[in-house]
Design a protein around this ligand. Structure first.
Ligand SMILES: Cc1cc2nc3c(=O)[nH]c(=O)nc-3n(C[C@H](O)[C@H](O)[C@H](O)COP(=O)(O)OP(=O)(O)OC[C@H]3O[C@@H](n4cnc5c(N)ncnc54)[C@H](O)[C@@H]3O)c2cc1C
Length: 475
């Protein structure tokens, strides 16, 4: 890399045309500077409320580009963002004025069906993993939509349809290849760099760029027993206690969530739910379909639904991608907390918030936790306390830029009020919109793990090069 490339003092990129041409020659992946064709498309991230203008974007095509990109940022004092799937609601995959290492072209997936492992490059999405793994009847525990990045979701934890059976995404990680701030490429696993391996399982992108993940793959599908049942939102007050009781006795093979939402008036949706405010009961059995159908049918038989979509979803892959079109192109702001107990009072509070949602695209999401997730001790990975049986997340979204501030305010009010529920605490940092005071939330979530995280950060990134994330500052 040319030593003549300079940066302006603020940490933003200030390259001349000649310098950019030189960079364009040395990287294998394309680079984009402001004004270049494709720059605007490339700089966008999932959350439309995030409108940042990086000084330079490098679409990394391999490890060499990542190593040189890290060196470029480090040696020239540039703010550095690493973009995986670009889904973090706070826009951690991009940065104003700085350098973005865009990983999305590094999306290779290799399945080893004999040893039941999957190797995934650092910029792949869960849909790409599912495509390759499901051919062999395998799945890596990921999220509940197909477009999220494996990178950010895994490094921050990862909940989906399999976490009660198989734990968080990060619990299924066997090994990772990481480009450190020094530019060195290291393996992190139980035997090599074990502290780093501990830290990247929940500690986010604080420690380096993961170019390659190797996961355990689990036998799932292609067909699965699942529930996707739509009720009138007003029925939620009565149904949620029944759902809670069933969720708690359904066993660890079942992961389930209750949601309040509004379906768009889209003609391709079943007529009974078009344009309706709904309470959704969703569940999946993580094993043989025949074995799971009985318990899943209990979720389907709660109440008197508007529409039961369950039989219309033919496979695990279809379930994973089913909500994709409904959760994109939104101006978003999310906040979450954990609940030690989903009491009747908590349910009454959630229902009251659901009835006051400021936009149809605002989602209230209550997933069950526990199971294999809670079986991992809090200090075994960086993730932190896993004891809460439920999460409560306010996923504020709107298609209307003008309504974004109102949605954001409502989410803030809701999370503040939720904080007064007895037994509420912590936050899932993968669901965390940016705000001043985030450090307090980070401290609360990592708890006793924070000191060890800071020590690992100090060892691997003492200059805090990787700081566009839920940042753990070095000592
Ligand atoms: C529509 C939607 C659905 C979601 N569903 C779920 C869900 O079901 N379950 C769940 O747990 N979460 C879910 N999330 C939250 C998701 O986990 C976070 O948004 C996560 O950060 C996404 O990762 P990403 O790579 O797409 O994001 P990015 O914004 O690209 O990255 C997020 C953070 O991770 C870092 N990062 C990403 N890749 C790498 C890498 N290879 N090496 C080092 N650092 C990296 C980035 O630097 C950044 O700090 C959802 C989010 C959205 C918007």
């Amino acid at each position: 890399m040319s030593a003549s490339v300079t940066a302006v003092p603020s940490g933003t990129v200030g390259f001349s045309d000649e310098q950019l041409a030189e960079l364009g020659m040395s990287f294998r992946g394309p680079i984009y500077a402001p004004g270049d064709p494709g720059y605007d498309e490339c700089r966008s991230v999932e959350n439309l409320a995030i409108d940042r203008h990086p000084g330079l974007i490098i679409r990394c095509s391999g490890e060499a580009d990542v190593i040189d990109g890290v060196a470029l940022a480090r040696d020239h004092g540039l703010l550095l963002a690493v973009r995986g799937g670009g889904h973090h609601v706070a826009g951690h995959g991009t940065v104003d004025g700085g350098l973005v290492l865009d990983m999305r072209d590094m999306n290779g997936v290799w399945v080893d069906p004999v040893n039941k492992t999957v190797r995934v490059q650092g910029g792949a999405t869960w849909g790409q993993v599912d495509r390759e793994a499901q051919v062999f009847g395998l799945a890596v525990p990921g999220g509940v939509v197909s477009t999220t990045g494996v990178g950010g979701l895994t490094l921050g934890g990862g909940i989906g349809w399999l976490h009660r059976k198989w734990g968080l995404s990060c619990d299924n990680l066997i090994s990772a290849q990481v480009v450190l701030a020094t530019g060195e490429l290291v393996n992190a696993n139980a035997d090599e760099h074990p502290d780093l391996f501990w830290a990247i399982r929940g500690g986010g992108g604080n420690f380096g760029v993961v170019v390659d993940f190797t996961f355990h793959a689990r036998e799932v599908g292609p067909e699965v027993a699942l529930a996707a049942v739509f009720h009138e939102a007003s029925a939620g007050a009565e149904l949620m206690p029944l759902w809670r009781d069933l969720a708690l006795r359904a066993g660890d093979d079942v992961t389930t969530r209750a949601l309040y939402w509004s379906m768009p008036p889209a003609p391709d949706l079943p007529p009974p739910v078009q344009g309706k405010d709904v309470f959704i009961v969703a569940a999946m059995y993580a094993g043989d379909k025949q074995d799971g159908q009985g318990i899943i049918d209990e979720f389907r038989s709660l109440g008197d639904p508007l529409f039961d979509m369950s039989e219309h979803v033919p496979s695990y892959r279809a379930f994973q991608a089913g909500f994709d079109p409904l959760v994109t192109n939104l101006y978003s702001y999310w906040k979450s907390t954990y609940l030690d107990e989903l009491t009747d009072d908590a349910i009454a509070f959630i229902h009251e918030r659901a009835m006051s949602r400021p936009d149809p695209s605002v989602l209230i999401h209550v997933p069950i936790m526990g199971g294999a997730t809670a079986a991992v001790p809090a200090d075994a990975t960086a993730f932190g306390d896993r004891s809460a049986p439920f999460m409560l997340s306010f996923d504020g979204g709107t298609y209307d830029r003008e309504k974004y501030d109102k949605v954001r305010r409502w989410v803030r009010e809701s999370i503040d009020a939720a904080g007064r529920i007895e037994g509420a605490g912590g936050a899932y940092l993968n669901f965390s919109g940016d705000e001043p005071g985030e450090e307090r939330v980070i401290r609360q979530q990592f708890g006793a793990n924070l000191e060890r995280l800071k020590a690992v950060k100090t060892q691997y990134d003492p200059g805090n090069l990787f700081r566009i994330n839920n940042n753990i500052t070095p000592n």
